[in-house]
Write a protein that binds this ligand. Structure first.
Ligand code: ADP
Ligand code: MG
Length: 245
């Protein structure tokens, strides 16, 4: 008899059950997420779609522990995310998650290398180790030659690459991107998507909020939000993005 010793496959990277979120607006409240169930396995590349105001960012921010749900369960890499202190949430955020935003969110007065090294500073790494790691990741996104340049000296695509390098610096298990190509032209958008696909090929789990069909088609699964619920969740054949750089 053969006894298989297997690592549990397809273990959920994140598991969300019956998630609800409302915003208070004056005396009334806006029910944005109305019972979201979502499970994402390690290695997936998922697009979260929906029209403007459908709650995509709200969902991503809850997944990213930048915001909290009112109701429901959220388990991230086996850790229940509930009633965490600010401190604990920050530790988990740093350990588990990398963020990429539409507007890059780089610090204007810090150069590319310093921006990439910033999460490592918060992790308490020493200067030398920070610089080595930041250099490694800047090289990975093809921008080592731009290390000493300020964000204002970089193109939109380069800024987003720096932001990706920063997101990768702490080696997160999960990469969260909110409209990462929203401020970029089509060619540059596809370059960024080609890079995200490469990261996913290497095993990184990635969630991308977008309202662009061509960007969503470059993921492996599309989740569509409407009226606070998931109206569709399907695996798709990934369209490969072609890099131009
Ligand atoms: P999307 O990212 O899909 O465009 P959001 O998650 O940003 O949608 O917003 C969903 C709805 O919640 C919108 O109607 C928005 O105006 C509202 N909303 C988002 N954040 C807040 C907030 N902090 N306070 C009040 N309303 C908010
Ligand atoms: Mg949004």
């Amino acid at each position: 008899m053969i006894v298989y010793s297997i690592k549990i496959q397809n273990q959920a990277m994140l598991e969300i059950k019956q998630l609800h979120k409302s915003y208070a607006i004056g005396d009334s409240s806006l029910h944005v997420l109305k019972g979201i169930d979502l499970s994402v396995a390690q290695g997936e590349m998922v697009a979260i779609m929906g029209s403007s105001g459908s709650g995509k960012s709200t969902l991503l921010n809850i997944i990213g522990m930048l915001d909290e749900a009112d109701e429901g369960d959220y388990i991230l890499d086996q850790v229940p995310i509930k009633n965490l202190t600010e401190k604990k949430a920050a530790i988990y955020r740093n350990k588990f998650l990398g963020f990429i935003f539409q507007s890059f969110n780089l610090i204007n007065y810090k150069n590319a290398l310093e921006n990439v090294g910033l999460p490592l500073y918060y992790q308490g790494l020493k200067r030398k180790e920070r610089q080595d790691k930041a250099r490694f990741h800047l090289k990975k996104v093809g921008l080592l030659d731009w290390a000493t340049h300020l964000p204002s000296e970089l193109s939109g695509g380069q800024k987003q690459r720096v932001a990706i390098a920063r997101a990768l610096a702490s080696d997160p298990k999960l990469l969260l991107a909110d409209e990462p190509t929203g401020a970029l032209d089509t060619t540059t958008s596809y370059d960024i998507m080609a890079f995200l696909q490469q990261l996913n090929d290497e095993g990184k789990t990635i969630l991308i909020v977008t309202h662009e069909e061509d960007i969503a088609a470059m993921c492996k699964r599309i989740v569509r939000l409407r009226d606070g619920v998931i109206m569709e969740d399907k695996k798709v054949t990934q369209v490969r993005a072609e890099a131009h750089v």
